[in-house]
Design a protein around this ligand. Structure first.
Ligand code: CO
Length: 168
């Protein structure tokens, strides 16, 4: 396994739309292991999408919420039903030192494959898992949570980033 580099905004590769996974062979299994390893080792990391480590396939891993639980590995995730709205704080490993409220669906039903290609569905009713999955699917479509912000809030982030760069 290898720890991969996490791309940081404004890296243009974060805008790549990922391709569906069709080949679940050994080369892909190694990429899954690397993504799990990277999410596990990175500090304060709740979840990672493959896009963030420059692998442009539709997969994301979500770290266990409780010790003893397994890492959730979602391949080709698709929201098939949704209901209601959430407006909660989000942050991102690719957008350091910033967090903001983003509007999401409250309840989702997800179709996905596991790392071996078997089909599953999952329901998330509000809270962390629901918004986390939506945040990660956005990554696979080349979208960051800051892309959902109002122009003003976005500007505040951009100037924060510019100040930080100047100091570095
Ligand atoms: Co993110």
């Amino acid at each position: 396994m290898a720890m991969l580099k996490i791309l940081q905004y404004p890296d243009k590769r974060l805008k790549t739309v990922a391709k569906p996974v069709e080949d679940f062979g050994p080369a892909f299994q190694k990429q899954v292991d690397d993504l799990i390893e990277t999410a596990d080792q990175a500090e304060n990391c709740g979840a990672l999408a493959a896009t963030q480590v420059d692998i442009h396939l539709r997969m994301t891993v979500i770290n266990p919420l409780q010790e003893g639980d397994e890492t959730l590995c979602l391949i080709n995730p698709t929201i098939i039903e949704h209901e209601g709205e959430l407006f909660e704080d989000e942050a991102c490993m690719s957008v350091p030192n910033f967090h903001a409220k983003v509007k999401r669906y409250k309840k989702i039903k997800l179709a996905y494959q596991d790392r071996h290609g078997a089909q599953h569905t999952l329901e998330a009713d509000g809270g962390y898992l629901s918004r986390c999955i939506q945040h990660e699917i956005d990554h696979l479509n080349g979208i960051l949570f800051i892309d959902h912000l109002s122009p003003l809030k976005r500007k505040i982030y951009e100037s924060k980033l510019a100040r930080r760069k100047k100091r570095a």
